[in-house]
Design a protein around this ligand. Structure first.
Ligand code: SF4
Length: 194
């Protein structure tokens, strides 16, 4: 299954409901276009903000190299994605910066940590660098930067999710309905999900 790659969005959709992976990857039924439009508008605003904020961390961290919009792909871990900024420090560590067009709400969603850990696995695989932390920048809270430490547990968690997603695709496994069926009310697949 070397040719299968998951983006952070794919994993976040799986976490919302594993049946998303089944509908999208096994049955090849895309989500509704309105959802995609909202995502695209968000992305466009997000990119605009990003251009205004690409240099601030150099002052704080001992950075020797920075890659903006780094394309990462790891056949080993079945992950691909574009990280907003990838920084390399003088002591050979790597740091990920991800911009969110969102307000900081005094806590971090697990999905943010999952996304950083996915990029972290790619960076380990591609650049063979240690990566123990990342930063989320909340552009709607005056670019508040929140540091997120990444542990081996975080990496194992992501690998476990990806293993489950691959199983759905390989065995065409139809996952059970989520226990929390509140999510089904607004779900894009509600009409075909039996
Ligand atoms: S309707 Fe409910 S069970 Fe079906 S895909 Fe949507 S969230 Fe999952």
């Amino acid at each position: 299954m070397k040719e299968i790659f998951f983006t952070p969005s794919d994993v976040i959709e799986y976490l919302f409901c594993p049946r998303f992976t089944y509908f999208m990857e096994v049955l090849k039924i895309p989500q509704q276009e309105q959802t995609r439009e909202k995502v695209l508008i968000g992305r466009s605003l997000h990119k605009k903000k990003q251009k205004e904020n690409t240099t601030y961390l150099r002052k704080r961290l001992s950075i020797k190299e920075k890659i903006v919009n780094a394309y990462l792909i790891s056949p080993r871990y079945h992950i691909k994605g574009i990280v907003d900024e990838l920084l390399f420090t003088k002591n050979n560590q790597a740091i990920i910066i991800d911009y969110k067009f969102a307000e900081y709400k005094e806590y971090l969603y697990d999905t943010y940590r999952t996304q950083l850990a996915m990029y972290g696995l790619c960076v380990r695989d591609i650049y063979q660098r240690e990566i123990k932390r990342g930063f989320i920048v909340f552009t709607r809270s005056s670019n508040k930067m929140v540091e997120v430490s990444l542990s081996e547990e975080d990496y194992h968690h992501v690998l476990h999710i990806i293993h489950n997603m691959l199983k759905i695709i390989e065995f065409e496994y139809f996952p059970p309905v989520k226990k929390n069926q509140n999510k089904c009310i607004d779900c894009t697949y509600q009409k075909i999900c039996v």
